[in-house]
Ligand binder design. Structure first.
Ligand code: NOJ
Length: 952
């Protein structure tokens, strides 16, 4: 059970309580018109797509606070609104307790989260004064977007065409807690010990200057400084994103009521032991990005703030027929209320209009998913712990003995000498190199864990260097911060410090991290950071980082700075050997997708956790960090054989696929279970390996367009309202493969919802399912993963079972062509060396396959670079060994031959075998050994139109 008392609820957080109270009072009393924020009309300047002005906040005593405002109207139709506070910006404030903290509001979240792309203002944006109280800016494609900026009270509406989409401060919840000196007025205490001012009721200041929780006191040297704003999605009934939480993909309301949460979604990266399901509690990572979706339109909001953040969600319905219940028949608005403890108010709005547009815009701003090395998307075998190098070798041999593929074996914290990272336990891992060499024989890899806490122990070189070089996080007194984690007394590297990062980078070189070879990669855990004796199991908020920023300012991005530094360390461990690093991180922030993969932390071996993993992993995709997965089998506890088997079947469709288990659990490598389970799990693993070309292509799309790797129903069928809340089935990339993993004990079938009118075919036996907008029962005995193929796709596979993905590199391809109702199909394939960055110089193959008018063609869609020709040459022996056409037309039964044309090689023939439809199963045909290269232009002409001339 999660320890609720270790983590704050909103009412235990000063700024959350204050902002919710403000929202309540505005809603019940003053209304939005009472908002004290007003744009100073005389201050407005507009130039080159950017508006600068001041907002004033009028205080009770009629004093005013000056808040600089910048609105940048960006290319691609995004917009950025930034609000600062002049006094803090100029440093005209006094810090309490002699703190060394910076006086400004934290303004560097963008340095970590943004790539710098997409920030160019659109020079052609136009500005117009509509009235004394309103100015309007048009921008975006054909200047079709419009921001209507109201001065008093300050409010912005973002419109696309003639539809209002997003409104800032429409409800009047905006709140910038300005700096004020602490005035120690004489107070009389009533019997409840609350402060009472004798003259007039004072604001409750009990959490302004100090805040206590769980026996810890936060000294808050800058006083109250939260920023908050309501953001309304006009006409939108569904919002998604805000990773990482355990609830459904379509986010719930948070202000109580039937089936709703009564707490806002919280984002404050934390090590939550035994986390609970269906909860708005925070988890290990935070991405303050939300998408709202409705028929015809998708918009996004990115709240660029790395401090603790809470988000309330309330949906209201208007214009409904009072006689009809439910959400249909009226317009639903989703009102969100964002509250952060400190920092700037800095928000991006993306006006879509499609889920793909929003994903691409967010990816452009924060970066796209790294293109991983091929092994990283294959299967990973982990547990806490493989206990010795002999143990690792033994597990490795057993996988081979049972013919089970895997690519990576992992070492958890016990491999180290007394939890001193960059060392090996001399008794249990006396010879790591021989272990790594054995793995390398089958192109396998080793991942070892290294956490950000560094043991405080005399004689431990890494710890001593960290200390002597002054590279650790400091406490509020500006001395090195000491806390408790796995090694006992520890220090934390401050990876916000460039000098710390440079030092960290050096630790990974092969001559420093002795016992590692080039097939060793990294796992960064506990980087929230987890501090066992800290408030909420993390660091005190008044700890000090490089640049004198407080931990409270950077809390949610600290973990990312750490895994980024590790990534840098792995890029080139030996001069000249540059390869794509693999780093797994537990903590993350917006931008983590550029350098790491993530997993959902310490789940449990239960059916409910298996089910919960699907919306969680899908939400990672919505939140722009799609390379994720959950511990397969469940971390805590021992799964039943059936549960474990079903989990492998689901895990085979997580972008990151790793079995992991707690130190107290029984061994559960797939070969341990016995029959029929071992065989069934092996089948699931082989399926993952066979589909690696499709996975890699999906990763490539994520790396260039920001699309999720596994895609939810609303993403794929944005016009179908019935699919908006579905989060237990998904598509793999653009392949048309629709998967619904079994997550219920004893299930014999699942119901799959089909949106469109296209035909779908069972992946294994080609049973036809047709009829959109309804659910279909699909058989799912234990040895069957429910997978359908949507008509109209070409799915690339490699069908030869091997020990690891590395050994499949030169294997031939199988193309599965699934014809749609028109007898057509298309698909893509992306291939490169799966290891280096040569693809950035054109060393890759990118093909589009199309089948229409009975001709299957392979078309080049890549761009040439300096390394294209040599790469293509190296791939000339990699061929297509088989083409399977599902839903093949009957007239193909008339012959047993196809015509093959490739480049300037002329034409040849290949065998065609036709299998007639039977019962509910579609007809299919197989072309064997067409002999064409995967990297060249070719065509295969099927019988019906074999006389037609083909133009390649
Ligand atoms: C916590 C991680 O979440 C878990 O996966 C790992 O096994 C333990 N730390 C020990 O390192």
């Amino acid at each position: 059970m999660v320890k609720h008392h270790d983590f704050k609820r909103c009412e235990q957080s000063g700024f959350c309580t204050r902002n919710r109270a403000l929202a309540d009072s505005v809603s019940t009393k003053g209304g939005p018109e009472s908002s004290p924020y007003r744009l100073d009309a005389t201050s407005v300047k507009f130039k080159n797509g950017q508006l600068d002005a001041f907002i004033t906040k009028t205080l009770a005593d009629n004093d005013a606070v000056k808040l600089p405002l910048t609105i940048s109207f960006l290319e691609r139709g995004n917009v950025r609104v930034t609000i600062d506070e002049e006094k803090r910006r100029k440093g005209e404030i006094e810090l309490r307790h002699g703190s060394v903290a910076r006086k400004e509001r934290y303004n560097e979240a963008g340095v970590w989260a943004l790539t710098g792309a997409g920030l160019q203002s659109q020079k052609t944006a136009t500005f117009k004064r509509v009235s004394d109280n309103i100015v309007e800016v048009s921008w975006g494609p054909d200047n079709g977007f419009k921001a209507i900026i109201q001065h008093a009270p300050f409010r912005i509406e973002f419109w696309s065409g003639d539809e209002k989409q997003v409104v800032f401060n429409g409800q009047g919840f905006m709140n910038i807690e300005h700096w004020r000196p602490k005035i120690d007025k004489p107070v009389a205490a009533d019997e409840n010990n609350t402060e009472v001012d004798s003259a007039e009721p004072a604001e409750d200041q009990s959490t302004w200057w100090e805040e206590n929780f769980g026996g810890n006191t936060d000294s808050k040297p800058r006083g109250p400084e939260s920023v908050a704003m309501d953001i309304t999605f006009a006409g939108y009934g569904h919002v998604y994103g805000l990773a990482e939480h355990t609830g459904p993909l379509s986010l719930k309301e948070t202000r109580g009521g039937d089936g709703n949460f009564d707490q806002p979604y919280r984002m404050y990266n934390s090590d939550i032991f035994e986390y609970e399901l269906d909860s708005p509690m925070t988890l290990y990572g935070s991405i303050p990005f939300m998408q709202a979706h409705r028929k015809g339109s998708t918009v996004g909001v990115f709240w660029l703030n790395a401090a603790e953040t809470w988000v309330d969600i309330v949906k209201t319905k208007h214009g409904a027929n009072p006689l009809t219940l439910g959400l249909s028949g009226g317009v639903v608005d989703t009102h969100t209320h964002w509250m952060s403890e400190s920092g700037l108010l800095d928000v991006f709005v993306m006006l879509g209009p499609t889920p793909k547009d929003v994903a691409k815009s967010y990816g452009e701003l924060t970066g796209y998913t790294q293109l991983p090395a091929t092994f990283a998307i294959a299967y990973h075998q982990c547990r806490w712990n493989y206990v010795s190098d002999e143990d690792v070798k033994d597990v490795d041999r057993k996988f081979d003995k049972f013919n089970i593929p895997y690519d990576v074996i992992w070492l958890d914290i016990e491999y180290t000498d007394d939890k001193q990272y960059f060392t090996w336990d001399p008794l249990t891992f006396p010879d790591p190199i021989s272990m790594e060499k054995q793995l390398d024989e089958t192109e396998r890899k080793l991942v070892v864990i290294i956490d950000p806490h560094i043991k405080n122990k005399d004689g431990y070189v890494v710890g001593q260097e960290l200390k002597s070089k002054g590279l650790a996080v400091k406490n509020k007194e500006n001395n090195i911060f000491e806390g408790w984690c796995w090694p006992g007394s520890s220090y934390w590297i401050d990876t916000l410090n460039p000098a710390a990062r440079a030092w960290w980078k050096g630790l990974f070189s092969f001559d420093k991290f002795k016992g590692t070879m080039s097939n060793v990669w990294l796992w960064n855990d506990m980087n929230e950071p987890s501090v066992f004796n800290g408030p909420e199991i993390t660091m005190p908020r008044d700890n000090i980082h490089h640049g004198n920023w407080e931990q409270r300012d950077v809390h949610n991005l600290y973990g990312m700075t750490f895994h980024n530094a590790t990534y840098q360390g792995l890029l080139e461990r030996k001069k000249g050997e540059v390869r794509r690093p693999f780093v797994l991180t537990r903590s993350f922030y917006a931008g983590s997708q550029r350098t790491a993969a993530m997993w959902t932390g310490d789940n449990q071996a239960s059916w409910s956790h298996l089910a919960a993993s699907l919306p969680m992993v899908l939400n990672q995709g919505v939140s722009g960090f799609p390379f994720g997965g959950a511990d397969v089998g469940g971390f805590f506890g021992n799964p039943s054989k059936e549960l474990q088997t079903r989990w492998y079947q689901a895990g085979a469709f997580y972008p990151f696929f790793r079995g992991h288990a707690h130190i107290d659990t029984r061994r559960r490598e797939p070969y341990m279970l016995g029959e029929p389970y071992t065989t069934i799990m092996t089948k699931a693993l082989r399926l993952r390996y066979a589909l690696l070309p499709a996975w890699y292509t999906a990763f490539h799309e994520a790396s260039t367009d920001g699309y999720p790797i596994i895609r939810s129903q609303y993403f794929m069928h944005p016009e179908d309202e019935k699919g908006y809340a579905i989060d237990d089935q998904f598509y793999l990339g653009s392949t048309g493969l629709l998967v619904k993993p079994v997550t219920a004990e004893g299930a014999e079938s699942v119901d799959i919802y089909l949106s469109d009118e296209e035909k779908y075919f069972d992946y294994f036996d080609y049973t036809i399912y047709s009829g959109g907008s309804k659910t279909h029962k699909v058989d799912a005995p234990l040895d069957r993963i429910p997978i359908l193929m949507q008509g109209g796709h070409v799915i690339p596979r490699k069908d030869r079972p091997r020990k690891s993905s590395g050994l499949m590199k030169w294997d031939p391809y199988t193309l599965v062509v699934v014809l749609n109702k028109k007898g057509e199909a298309e698909g893509t394939l992306y291939v490169d060396d799966g290891e280096t960055f040569d693809y950035q110089q054109g060393a890759y193959i990118h093909r589009r396959f199309t089948l229409s008018d009975g001709v299957l063609k392979s078309i080049d869609i890549g761009t040439k670079g300096s390394k294209t020709a040599s790469y293509l040459k190296s791939m000339t022996d990699v061929k297509v060994e088989k083409v399977i056409v599902v839903n093949a037309p009957n007239d193909w039964s008339a012959t047993n031959e196809v015509t093959v044309a490739e480049g300037d090689k002329g034409t040849s023939t290949a065998d065609l075998t036709f299998h007639a439809a039977s019962g509910h199963k579609a007809a299919w045909a197989v072309v064997r050994s067409p002999g064409v290269c995967i990297g060249s232009a070719w065509s295969i002409t099927f019988p019906r139109i074999s006389s037609q001339k083909i133009d390649l």
